[in-house]
Design a binder for this molecule. Structure first.
Ligand code: PLP
Length: 400
């Protein structure tokens, strides 16, 4: 169990738990990463060079899939995956409200419409039973998110996708948080038709900005490569003269060789990053399990999450203030808490375009959610500071 402290809160002028802010996420950059980027900068190719396919090959090998197609961001990769899955005007994709807006936005980019299915209150992952209920004759794809790095229930989702009236539906995994996670002994990348990664600095592996789509299907990989390069059929390296043919409307969504160099260098340390993330998460779960004033994440026994971040849900029924007050008090204690996510359907754009969407579980979870710091360079003492601050602040605001 956790310690109790009655010290005055930093927000009220007391001593903070930490004098320097512990961020919720932070990239880990080594001297080798810097050298790899410098070598790319000194090479002939800043973009469309050899480091991009080298990174793609290494990433596919790590994930155990045939293809990794690199993109300029996770959002661009989601757009590519939505188009490769065949989404277009008149189609729908079922997704979760508990995600960054980009997940649902990619369905709109493709001209289709997202339909939301509510989440499980403990894992905050999309609830397969509700996915089944959200399917209509227009549904063409399922778009689960591996929230916080825990894989969604791909077995249940696959069964639903295969038996849907217009099925089998494509499954696009938004695995922006879950590179390296496992579900029932199978790795992320092998669980869906298309698996999308974000390679933003807060994520498991970074290329600066960047993203990738993993797939075992040759046809989908070819479509993705074309799509990220203006819809041009032949890649630069394969051209014999000046000619090229643009066969569909594509975009410039290419990752640079600078980013790819960083990605390849980082990839070597991903096993160590994952091990450290799992240690820190276990430390939190151990110290916070059974806490009277907050709930810890529920982990499916089949899942080995990548722990992109850790989160708690406040027991608002036992507290006399709301999440906003606790958030500010924790920040004052030097803990860089955050909130992931404002449910997508609650953003103004979605409210105006899709009025009347109600996702009671996601909305209730949002009201009591806090993301707490977790990144590979964090020490056990840092994690103890987070636990101490959570204890101090929640105890101070405990309802009478
Ligand atoms: C679940 C999820 N999907 C998509 C994205 C978009 O990725 P990117 O920032 O690389 O465009 C993010 C990143 O914040 C994310 O967390």
């Amino acid at each position: 169990m956790t310690t109790r402290t009655s010290a005055r809160l930093a927000i009220d002028g007391g001593e903070p738990v930490r004098t320097t802010m512990l961020p919720y996420a932070r990239q880990s950059i080594s001297d080798e990463d810097v050298a790899a980027v410098a070598a790319a900068l000194r090479s002939d190719w800043l973009t469309t060079g050899p480091r991009v396919p080298a990174f793609e090959e290494a990433l596919a090998g790590f994930a155990g899939v045939r293809h990794a197609v690199a993109f300029s961001s996770g959002t661009a990769a989601l757009h590519g995956a939505a188009v490769a899955a065949g989404l277009g005007p008149g189609d729908e994709a079922v997704t979760t409200p508990m995600t960054f807006a980009a997940t649902a936005n990619c369905v709109l980019y493709a001209g289709a419409e997202p339909r939301f299915a509510d989440i499980d209150p403990g894992t905050l992952l999309i609830e397969p039973e509700l996915v089944a209920q959200a399917i209509t004759p227009r549904t063409k794809a399922l778009l689960p998110v591996d929230y916080a790095g825990q894989p969604a229930d791909y077995d249940a989702l696959r069964a639903i996708a295969d038996s849907a009236p217009g099925g089998p539906l494509a499954i696009i995994a938004d695995a922006s948080h879950s590179l390296g996670a496992m579900f029932d002994g199978r790795a992320v990348g092998t669980l869906a038709d298309l698996t999308v990664l974000s390679l933003h600095p807060a994520k498991i592996l970074t290329t600066g900005e960047g993203g990738a789509v993993l797939t075992d299907r040759d046809d989908l990989a070819e479509r993705l490569r074309r799509f990220r390069n203006h819809g041009i059929a032949t890649e630069l390296a394969a051209r014999r003269d000046w000619t090229y043919d643009m066969v569909e409307l594509g975009y410039n969504y290419r990752l640079t060789d600078i980013g790819a160099a960083l990605g390849s260098s980082q990839l070597e340390r991903v096993p160590a990053f994952l091990a450290r993330r799992r240690e820190l998460a276990a430390h939190y779960l151990d110290r916070l399990a059974g806490h009277e004033l907050l709930d810890v994440p529920v982990v499916d026994p089949r899942a080995d999450p990548a722990w992109h971040f850790a989160f708690v849900q406040l027991r608002l029924d036992r507290l006399r203030v709301d999440r906003g007050t606790i958030f500010q008090a924790l920040r004052a204690e030097g803990i860089g808490v955050n909130v992931h996510y404002i449910p997508v359907h609650r953003h103004s754009y979605y409210r105006e375009r899709f009025p009347g969407v109600s996702m009671p579980v996601a909305e209730a979870a949002y009201d009591r959610l806090l993301t707490i710091p977790l990144f590979p360079a964090m020490t056990a003492a840092d994690a103890d500071d987070v636990v101490a601050a959570l204890d101090k602040v929640t105890t101070a605001y405990r309802a009478a």
